[in-house]
Design a protein around this ligand. Structure first.
Ligand code: GAP
Length: 461
């Protein structure tokens, strides 16, 4: 397993993720996605949305606001229960989660956990609410208090009736949402794994009471199978059932999909059976009945809810970690991110073999412009071809197209009107007519390298 430092360093060096406000010394646990990071994360979110919303007949989407009526958080239980026990050290001023002391290190003596070093002076644990508080409008008084949402889920619950009625939905159906959530975590860390501002990709799937356990299992299976579909190795994923004393206040059963991150097995996504808790709470606090009329039984029911809740940042980090490879090629180290084609930030790089040859450069620019109409393509002529390949390998670009003298011809020989395509993973090359480049790329993006290589393969150099 690759160390997190290598991922952090690659992310900065190659424009994936930077520390927030770095020129001011950085803001703890906040990260900015750079040009390639934003492409990668958008691709993760796009794949999720397509698979969980657009490709299913029983799902619709929503984009609710981050600031909501403060009563929402009373009803949901977040004001009363969304707390972590916090402990301070009076000597080193370290701050720790009381329930996670065994995972923490004493800042003065990192070989020990807080409280085990002679100089430690820990306070009693006190409960700390994780919601960020702010004020709506110009007056900073209690009536103006608002919270940054700690989960996107509540925006879905309070819109249950709007969505169900406007779209005339029948049970079972789900509402999906991708958006920012905020938690004032006591101990953020491990790069983008635990931050105070993060993005969630959540589904609330509403079902008839009594069918909830079956639907829970179906969603668990579906979500567990999703990550390997985009390249995560199966051996790096596992399911972990929550113990009874660990279950959230709303949950009947929860299982986490865990990934083997560099710091160990950790939660990637939670899949919970939230029962009818949230709809009933909001009905009670808002005075609006949040029910569903079942045509068959001619009765009103409060649906049960199955919630697959994934982190877009955690998912992106897992895809990055899992894609990282170091290999030796011709005596040199090659770093490759072997992203799934759908997730790769850049799909194809166009590289002119000689940047001083105007015909090569012109053809390469034109090719790149054509490819860009369909995929995220880049042009690069800022180094030798070997270095350009390595650079694209390191950011996970699946294909490189090179234009050479043969492609455009010179005074000695006519143009063959062909270009070379190189595959990132096996470094094999194929030579294809310029006119069919887009059609060939379609097939390569669909995963047909082996077939195309059979027809157009070149000896490896
Ligand atoms: N609505 C249910 C809910 O929010 P959760 O297990 O607290 O459940 C769901 O969060 C997912 O959101 C997690 O599995 C994780 O991927 C992501 N997540 C939660 N807290 C996070 C944090 N501080 N930083 C990054 N991602 C976080």
């Amino acid at each position: 397993m690759v160390e997190m430092e290598k991922i952090v360093s690659l992310c900065k060096r190659r424009g994936f993720i930077f520390q927030s406000s770095e020129i001011y010394g950085g803001t703890g646990s906040c990260w900015d996605y750079g040009p390639l990071g934003v492409e990668l994360k958008n691709n993760v979110k796009r794949a999720w949305w397509r698979d969980c919303v657009q490709n299913r007949g029983d799902m619709v989407g929503l984009d609710a606001s981050i600031l909501m009526h403060p009563r929402v958080w009373k009803a949901s239980g977040h004001l009363d229960h969304f707390t972590d026990p916090m402990i301070d050290c009076k000597v080193c001023k370290g701050r720790f989660r009381a329930d996670k002391l065994e995972d923490a290190r004493c800042p003065q003596k990192p070989s020990k956990q807080p409280g085990q070093h002679d100089a430690c002076a820990l306070t009693e644990a006190r409960m700390f609410n994780l919601m960020f508080k702010t004020f709506m409008g110009p007056v900073e008084d209690d009536a103006a208090i608002a919270y940054l949402r700690p989960e996107t889920a509540q925006g879905i619950f309070v819109n249950f009736e709007n969505v169900q009625q406007s779209m005339r939905l029948k049970l079972p159906f789900g509402i999906a949402q991708i958006g920012k959530s905020f938690r004032n975590e006591i101990t953020p860390g491990n790069f983008t794994f635990r931050t105070r501002e993060f993005e969630q990709m959540e589904i609330e799937f509403f079902v008839m009471p009594g069918t909830d356990e079956d639907w829970h299992q179906r969603w668990l299976d579906e979500r567990f199978a999703w990550y390997p579909r985009y390249g995560i190795r199966k051996e790096n994923l596992r399911l972990r059932e929550h113990e009874k004393d660990e279950l959230a206040h709303y949950a009947k059963r929860t299982a986490d999909i865990e990934y083997l991150f560099p710091m160990g097995w950790s939660e990637l996504e939670g899949v919970a059976n939230r029962t009818d808790y949230d709809l009933k709470q909001h009905a009670q606090f808002s005075g609006k009945m949040l029910e569903y009329f079942d045509e068959e039984s001619k009765q009103k029911v409060v649906p049960f809810v199955i919630e697959p809740s994934a982190g877009a940042d955690r998912g992106t980090l897992a895809f990055l970690v899992d894609a990282y490879r170091e290999e030796e090629v011709k005596g040199e180290k090659r770093v490759v991110l072997n992203f799934h084609r759908e997730l790769a930030p850049i799909k194809v790089a166009v590289l002119p073999l000689l940047k001083k040859n105007p015909r090569i450069v012109e053809t390469a620019h034109k090719l790149c412009a054509d490819l860009r109409k369909r995929w995220h393509a880049v042009y690069d002529d800022t180094a030798s071809i070997g270095r350009l390949y390595r650079r694209q390998d390191e950011v996970g670009t699946p294909f490189c197209v090179t234009v050479d003298v043969q492609s455009v011809g010179d005074e000695k020989s006519a143009a063959d009107d062909q270009v070379t395509i190189r595959d990132r993973d096996n470094m094999q090359q194929i030579r294809v007519p310029l006119a069919s480049l887009t059609a060939v790329m379609e097939k390569l993006m669909a995963g047909e390298w082996a077939q195309i290589h059979g027809q157009h393969g070149l000896a490896r150099n």
